[in-house]
Design a protein around this ligand. Structure first.
Ligand SMILES: Nc1ncnc2c1ncn2[C@@H]1O[C@H](COP(=O)(O)OP(=O)(O)OP(=O)(O)O)[C@@H](O)[C@H]1O
Length: 231
């Protein structure tokens, strides 16, 4: 099962501007935590603090049931330098945790890459360059890269951005599978229907923690019409 995460008076200021007021929370392991709130509320900043990517005040402790494992992160809207002469296959190869050392291993790695890309519908894009991918395809590639880590702790920042209906179904299927496997997932999302469908717990962020609860309770209290307007 995935780890729980304890936040103790986590606070963030950037350039002397308060982004997050001190917040304390216990995020249970093995649950899908939706992080919601208006634009500029501090959701991505909170996620970056939890990932150790932003300097913050207060403490964050991950309670792994067993040994600490890898973390999977799908950031919001990746950009790749269009002129980079790197194919999708080379990009995935460079991110594999078990790098190829011998010919046989390289063949196995290639098969693994194809399998991962197939899970997000990108298996026919192997030889395309990074800069040739569309926005939705870039998002799917980042998801495939995260899948490779076989992590029980996932951070997803608006993972459906730019995805068409079929891609969204694929990613939703993967998220449901991760959830079923007891993974801890933190997902920033603006679609309250998605939150109702997938989330176990909801954290409403707006310059700090404004509310926390189960989707049916919290969204009933905060959704109409203020929160739905965030979408
Ligand atoms: N380096 C910085 N200095 C000052 N303010 C910053 C800095 N970086 C981000 N901010 C501000 O922090 C606030 C929170 O940004 P963040 O990206 O966390 O919001 P968000 O809730 O994820 O928004 P969205 O839903 O639009 O993605 C924003 O108002 C942003 O302008």
């Amino acid at each position: 099962m995935g780890p729980g995460i304890a936040l103790n008076r986590l606070a963030l200021s950037l350039n002397r501007i308060d982004i997050l007021a001190p917040l304390s929370a216990n995020m249970d392991g093995g649950r899908l935590h939706a992080i919601i709130g208006p634009n500029g509320a501090g959701k991505s900043s909170l996620m970056k603090c939890l990932l150790g990517l932003l300097p913050h005040q207060g403490n964050i402790v991950r309670h792994w049931p067993e040994r600490p494992g890898p973390v999977a992160y799908v950031p919001q809207q990746a950009q790749f330098e269009p002129s980079l002469p790197i194919t999708i296959e080379e990009f995935m190869l460079s991110t594999l945790s078990r790098r190829p050392l011998f010919g046989i291993s390289r063949r196995r790695c290639r098969a693994r890459i194809v399998q991962l890309l197939a899970r997000v519908g990108l298996e026919d894009k192997l030889q395309l360059r990074l800069g040739q991918l569309s926005g939705g395809e870039r998002q799917r590639l980042l998801f495939a890269q995260a899948l490779e880590r076989e992590s029980s702790l996932w951070f997803l920042d608006e993972p459906m951005t730019g995805l068409d209906h079929d891609a969204e179904s694929l990613i939703n299927g993967e998220i449901a599978r991760l959830k079923g496997a007891g993974t801890t997932l933190l997902v920033i999302h603006h679609d309250m229907n998605w939150v109702r469908r997938f989330a176990d717990e909801v954290w409403l962020i707006d310059g700090g923690l404004k509310a926390h609860g189960r989707p049916d309770q919290l969204l009933q209290e905060y959704a109409p019409p203020k929160l739905e307007a965030c979408a």
